[in-house]
Design a protein around this ligand. Structure first.
Ligand SMILES: [Zn+2]
Ligand SMILES: [Zn+2]
Length: 223
């Protein structure tokens, strides 16, 4: 587990095993916003990595979840055991996180149980999240789950794509609860119309240029 700088104030921590990637955005005050949190299995290593970025627990202002799945949300529980942090998720996935619905968040797939997570803010299409130098628009991109989102910084051409699309043309599973192939195709078609340079997915490698090519490939593959 090692933090890699993507651009100034945006870092990528590659997930170990089935853990999601975690993205860390830092503002001028040294506060941080995290995107996704892994399963929590490697929580202490994550804290060490954040420490290397000069981000302590007390500096974490919010965690945005790209979707409800345990490999992205499990880590939130570990954070919340330490202190209260605002957790943001799309309304349609927030429901299952707040219920602690093991089946829908796929916790059983990791041999784990999800404690209910209180969501501080329900995200929806076209919401804006400004943090530091970044200005993200929330895109509701169902298909992998019903409340999957992507975060898009139009000016910087950065797309945080969760499990909707991966580099190399991969896509997230659509056979899990609330998944839908038709929704996923629609979401990919939408993403393919954006100008994307840096594609930062929920698993695997990132693309630092030509993000669009990976989205096109995914769309071609799935159709
Ligand atoms: Zn995932
Ligand atoms: Zn997922």
């Amino acid at each position: 587990m090692q933090a890699t700088r993507v651009v100034e104030n945006l870092y990528y921590i590659e997930g170990i095993g089935f853990d999601s990637n975690i993205y860390v955005i830092i503002n001028d005050e040294g506060e941080a916003m995290l995107i996704d949190s892994g399963t929590g299995s490697y929580f202490n290593r994550l804290l060490d990595e954040l420490d290397n970025l000069n981000v302590g627990l007390e500096n974490i202002q919010s965690i945005v979840l790209t979707h409800m799945h345990f490999d992205h949300s499990g880590g939130v529980i570990k954070f919340l055991e330490k202190r209260s942090i605002d957790v943001l998720a799309h309304k349609l996935d927030a429901k299952y996180l707040e219920e602690g619905n093991d089946e829908y968040v796929f916790a059983w797939g990791f041999g784990a149980k999800l404690k209910p997570i209180k969501i501080a803010k329900y995200l929806k299409e076209d919401d804006n999240i400004s943090f530091g130098d970044f200005n993200f628009r929330i895109l509701h991109t169902p298909g992998h789950t019903i409340g999957s989102i992507c975060l898009y910084d139009e000016e910087k051409k950065i797309l945080l794509s969760g499990d909707t699309v991966f580099t190399g043309g991969g896509v997230g599973r659509f056979d899990l609860p609330t998944g839908s192939l038709r929704d996923l195709i629609n979401s990919l078609e939408r993403l393919s119309k954006l100008k994307v340079e840096k594609l930062l997915p929920g698993h695997g490698e990132i693309a630092t240029e030509n993000g669009n090519v990976h989205i096109e490939l995914a769309l071609k593959w799935i159709k």
